[in-house]
Design a protein around this ligand. Structure first.
Ligand SMILES: Nc1ncnc2c1ncn2[C@@H]1O[C@H](COP(=O)(O)OP(=O)(O)O)[C@@H](O)[C@H]1O
Ligand SMILES: [Mg+2]
Length: 511
């Protein structure tokens, strides 16, 4: 009992540990999930911010170069529209150039289109007096386009326009895309794509395929690209959330598997332990039952022998009878001991059968002869039906006798006294079927499989005053199977049982 309690305790401890492990694992997984997602998001943000800064720097540098070279041209003698045209050819990033003096004269372009009028108005409107004084640069928007405004010193030569001049450079999106964005953002970026979006959210440029990709986050550019943003697109399943989720699922699955294995281990251990203690119980029952089984014939033998020894039986007929009892009980004793010995030989795999082809009839008669007297004594009717011309079968005579004796012993043991026992031998499919039927207590259907297991006894047969070791039918089964045959049982509780041994026809060429 205390061993049992110890087992329960150990199981409980392992189970509790598993539960604690599972909950701790779950909690830390949750926390990790959150942190990991934040970190991945942070990484993505760094990537995008860096890309935005690089683009912005490239744009600003291109603009600075442009302004510087135009400024240099403006300071050169003979600066005029032709010089600006020449400059434009070398700076395709700008698709429009505006030059005004402080008095509002448009020096470039020479012919002003309505589009230009709008841009120049915006340029003038945005520029304050202070800007003229201080100089510098700023970006402004006109008609959805970005224009860089700068004040440059004018030329000083004769015929040159008086400085300073207000310069407007309008960026060409095509060229920006090709010369700046593609240069800076291009190149393989793994599976994610960087997308530049304009003020209306339209994609201006993308560094990779957007198929089945979704925006993860967007970052605005600085002042040089007002209202534009860079977005990081990641294919479905590659976003930080998806990645973290996948990891979590894998962890959870591994965890569940671990718990499952622990659970299965517990169950297996429990089963094994139960089986072990069941076998231990069966074995101790077996020893007690065998000892008791042996005791009955022994005490009978002793009693009758002592009576005879003391010469207390004057009647010759009675004396014969007593000798008969002693002989029969010794036979029974031998059978019981053989059962146990054979069983132990089978268990250790040492049992050998010596099959010889021959008639089955003498074997059946031999067994019946040794049972006739005890059956008669206990009021049984024996009904024997042995078909003529039974085919010969391959048998180990001793083993087959033992099997039959076990069936007859059971038929007697598990019948209310005064029943009928039928023994039939008939030909069947070239072989022989041996039947032993009784009108005894019968066997519940649920038990009919198990009675052939070693040590197995139905219910608590001993409470019904019937002792036994529980190895008889296991032995019968082993014996017929060694004869390539089989044993079946038909039984109904309260009505009786019929055990049938099927022995097949000997294989051609068998001895
Ligand atoms: N003819 C029968 N009628 C009813 N029950 C039987 C019969 N033969 C066997 N059994 C049941 O099958 C069990 C196993 O039989 P067996 O292996 O011979 O062991 P044992 O006879 O030593 O108990 C018996 O305990 C009994 O419950
Ligand atoms: Mg038996």
């Amino acid at each position: 009992m205390s061993a049992r309690r110890l087992h329960v305790l150990i199981f409980g401890a392992v189970f509790a540990a598993a539960v604690v492990l599972a909950s701790l694992g779950y909690l830390s997984l949750r926390r990790w999930e959150h942190a990991a997602e934040l970190q991945l998001r942070e990484q993505a943000r760094d990537t995008v911010t860096m890309a935005a800064e690089k683009v912005e720097m490239a744009v600003v540098r291109a603009e600075q170069d442009g302004v510087a070279s135009l400024q240099a041209a403006a300071l050169a003698p003979g600066f005029g529209p032709a010089a600006v045209d020449a400059w434009r050819a070398a700076h395709p990033l700008f698709d429009a150039v505006y030059l005004c003096d402080r008095d509002g004269h448009v020096l470039y372009p020479v012919r002003v289109s309505p589009d230009d009028v709008q841009s120049i108005a915006a340029l003038r409107g945005e520029i304050s007096e202070g800007f003229w004084e201080r100089g510098g640069r700023r970006h402004l928007e006109a008609g959805g386009r970005v224009i860089l405004a700068a004040v440059i010193p004018g030329a000083s030569g004769p015929g040159a326009p008086p400085g300073p001049l207000l310069l407007g450079l309008r960026r060409d999106e095509q060229t920006l895309r090709r010369d700046v964005l593609a240069q800076v953002l291009g190149g393989p970026e793994g599976k994610s794509a960087l997308v530049v979006l304009d003020g209306r959210g339209r994609s201006v440029f993308s560094s990779g395929s957007l198929e089945s990709a979704a925006p993860v986050l967007t970052v605005p550019f600085g002042e040089a690209l007002p209202a534009w943003r860079v977005a990081l697109y990641q294919p479905a399943g590659l976003s930080p959330r998806d990645m973290v989720r996948r990891q979590t699922v894998i962890f959870m699955a591994a965890f569940a598997l671990l718990l499952g294995v622990i659970g299965a281990g517990l169950v297996a251990t429990y089963r094994l332990q139960r089986r072990e203690s069941e076998i231990a119980r069966l074995k101790s029952d077996f020893v007690a039952n065998v000892s008791h089984d042996l005791k009955t014939p022994l005490s009978l033998i002793r009693m009758f022998a002592e009576t005879l020894e003391m010469d207390r039986v004057p009647d010759e007929r009675r004396r014969r009878e007593y000798y008969g009892v002693i002989t029969r009980e010794s036979e029974r004793l031998t059978r019981l001991i053989d059962n146990v010995l054979d069983f132990s030989r089978i268990e250790s795999g040492r049992q050998r059968y010596d099959l010889t082809v021959g008639p089955i009839e003498p074997i059946v008669h031999d067994v019946l002869d040794s049972f006739r007297h005890p059956l008669e004594q206990r009021g049984f009717t024996l009904d024997v039906g042995i078909a003529p011309d039974l085919p010969d079968v391959a048998v180990d005579a001793e083993a087959m006798k033992q099997a039959l004796a076990n069936l007859l012993d059971n038929a007697m043991k598990y019948s209310a006294d005064r029943g009928k026992i039928t023994v039939v031998a008939r030909a069947e499919q070239g072989g022989v079927a041996l039947e032993v039927a009784d009108q005894g207590i019968g066997i519940p259907v649920a038990e009919q499989e198990r009675i052939f297991e070693k040590f197995y006894r139905v219910g608590r047969s001993e409470t019904q005053g019937r002792r036994g070791s529980g190895v008889g039918l296991a032995l019968v089964k082993h014996i017929v199977e060694a004869h390539h045959g089989r044993v079946t049982v038909e039984s109904r509780p309260g009505e009786g049982s019929r055990f049938t041994l099927y022995l097949p026809a000997p294989e051609p060429g068998a001895v």
